[in-house]
Design a protein around this ligand. Structure first.
Ligand SMILES: Nc1ncnc2c1ncn2[C@@H]1O[C@H](COP(=O)(O)OP(=O)(O)OP(=O)(O)O)[C@@H](O)[C@H]1O
Length: 250
């Protein structure tokens, strides 16, 4: 079953044509990786899925994007509801200046939930799910800034999971982390796909190879090739994919 489907998506930043007719479908409970040289449109495309590009002036998007069969650019869509359904984790961990507990509880409180037991249960579950609970359970009231970078990133993942999204978008989630924290995030991604559909932008091809089921290669705003990760990395059909994965450019 497809979780995300896009048809002929074009995006312009003013006069600049950043996405050129992207049609692809991403399966539910799978990890899809976006790879390609800097500036090819990976993040732009990812940001279409939770309408983050709406925040940028002068952006024009055409085509169709369906998430769990709903047209997310339809007039009746409320963007804050969409962002609950489609969570996002950024390159740099961005915890709020609050306690560890309150970072995870934040989305629930914004949603108007005040039941203390419910919030406590959901915070614990989300921290466990993000493989952070054991490291923080005795210091939930401490500031999130006291955590290491890798822990902060897992906290941000827990914060995203707390509002029970269906899709989790990750824009280079490990690029600011050390190798041990990166390995933890990769392990976590593997676990999370049981419950979520994950789309990850990465510059690290080994990482794409390790974590993803499918890989899409982008070049100059176009989707060049998309398929099973193994196939893309071992027998790509397009010469540009071949050149990229063998390090000849990018
Ligand atoms: N807010 C913006 N306004 C104008 N142009 C933009 C904006 N954001 C991105 N672009 C341009 O769109 C193109 C695609 O950028 P995008 O960030 O999606 O690429 P990317 O493949 O994710 O790159 P990287 O791997 O370096 O993050 C680039 O040429 C970039 O300069």
């Amino acid at each position: 079953m497809n979780s995300i489907e896009t048809k002929d998506v074009h995006l312009h930043y003013g006069d600049f044509h950043a996405l050129k007719g992207i049609t692809m479908a991403m399966k539910k409970n799978q990890v899809t990786a976006f790879i390609g040289p800097s500036g090819c449109g990976k993040s732009t495309y990812l940001r279409c899925f939770n309408r983050m590009n709406d925040l940028i002036d002068n952006v024009k998007i055409t085509g169709e994007i369906l998430i769990d069969e709903v047209d997310i650019y339809a007039k009746n869509i409320r963007v804050d509801d969409l962002r609950k359904h489609v969570g996002m984790v950024f390159q740099k961990p961005n915890p709020f200046p609050k306690s560890i507990f309150e970072n995870v509880a934040y989305g629930l409180r914004v949603d108007g939930i005040s039941d203390k037991a419910f919030i406590e249960e959901r915070v614990e579950r989300s921290l466990r799910h993000a493989a952070l609970w054991d490291e923080v359970k005795d210091k939930l009231k401490k500031s999130a800034f006291e955590l290491s970078g890798g822990q902060q990133q897992r906290l941000c993942i827990a914060r995203t999971l707390a509002i029970e999204p269906s899709v989790v978008l990750m824009d280079e989630p490990a690029s600011a982390l050390d190798p041990i924290s990166t390995a933890k995030i990769e392990e976590l991604i593997h676990e999370l796909k049981k419950d979520y559909t994950i789309v990850i932008v990465t510059h690290n091809m080994q990482q794409a190879g390790r974590v993803s089921d499918s890989t899409a290669f982008f070049y100059l705003g176009e989707l060049i090739e998309y398929g099973k990760t193994k196939t893309i990395f071992t027998s790509p059909k397009d010469e540009r994919t071949q050149n990229y994965i063998t390090g000849r450019f990018g």
